[in-house]
Design a protein around this ligand. Structure first.
Ligand SMILES: Nc1ncnc2c1ncn2[C@@H]1O[C@H](COP(=O)(O)OS(=O)(=O)O)[C@@H](OP(=O)(O)O)[C@H]1O
Ligand SMILES: Nc1ncnc2c1ncn2[C@@H]1O[C@H](COP(=O)(O)OP(=O)(O)O)[C@@H](O)[C@H]1O
Length: 199
């Protein structure tokens, strides 16, 4: 498909764009079940980084599915395409020099690996929201587990569609035992330990 298309190098490099922002771009990839806290923690980290003066952007499942991915559903095939598009968009935003936070269920290991492989070593940070299904289901913030249990929603992750848990995430957070502030502190500490933000 891309055989007659030539890649154009930009005059301003990725490194120059980041240097103007005084920061190191990276992608924090939040993965986990619905209700595991991806959106809550990504938003809280976004606020914390923004307050420290960093230039960030947050990509979130529900919002992206209203626009860029509104043609996609929840079949395995559509989820693969969803993550492919979001990975590419995340890459573009980091090329622009931003710290990107992406929060999607992203249930398949191979798709998360594909996104990781778009990035130089150390710039992709997998954040596994390792909150037990029972906690997510008890929270049921959108009433979707209830509908899935009653068969009103098919292919719901964790119920009748698989979630392949990351084996070696950079960060693992369980929001059944950690507060929002503790999760944010753990992420800030991790980023500082990797030199992505100042101590
Ligand atoms: N069948 C099914 N399975 C899982 N989730 C469902 C489904 N139908 C709708 N929803 C809602 O869509 C949100 C997940 O979208 P994602 O783009 O993150 O999913 S995926 O990464 O492509 O698997 C998810 O949002 P979160 O609760 O924020 O995870 C749900 O609100
Ligand atoms: N420690 C915690 N961390 C994150 N969310 C929590 C925590 N305790 C309770 N919650 C609640 O759990 C729900 C998580 O939902 P959400 O962040 O939308 O998850 P996801 O984006 O993974 O679907 C929210 O209603 C949030 O207020």
């Amino acid at each position: 498909m891309a055989e007659n298309i030539v890649w154009h190098e930009h005059k301003i490099t990725r490194a120059e764009r980041a240097a103007n922002k005084n920061q190191k771009p990276c992608l924090l990839w939040f993965t986990g079940l619905s209700g595991s806290g991806k959106s809550t923690i990504a938003n809280a980290l976004d606020v914390a980084l923004h307050q420290r003066g960093y230039h960030t952007f947050l990509l979130d499942g529900d919002n992206v599915r209203h626009g860029l991915c509104k043609d996609l559903g929840f079949s395995d095939e559509d989820r693969v395409e969803n993550i492919r598009r979001i990975g590419e968009v995340s890459k573009l935003f980091t090329d622009a020099g931003l710290i990107v936070l992406s929060a999607f269920i992203s249930p398949f290991t191979s798709d998360r690996r594909m996104v990781r492989n778009l990035f130089p070593a150390g710039e992709f940070i997998e954040v596994f929201m390792d909150t037990p299904l029972e906690t997510c289901e008890a929270r049921d913030p959108k009433g979707l587990y209830e509908k899935a249990r009653q068969g009103e929603i098919k292919h719901f992750t964790g119920i009748d569609s698989p979630y392949e848990a990351p084996e070696h995430p950079e960060v693992r957070l369980d929001t059944s035992s950690m507060t929002v502030d503790e999760c944010v502190a753990a992420l800030i500490a991790f980023m500082a330990s990797r030199g992505l933000i100042a101590d």
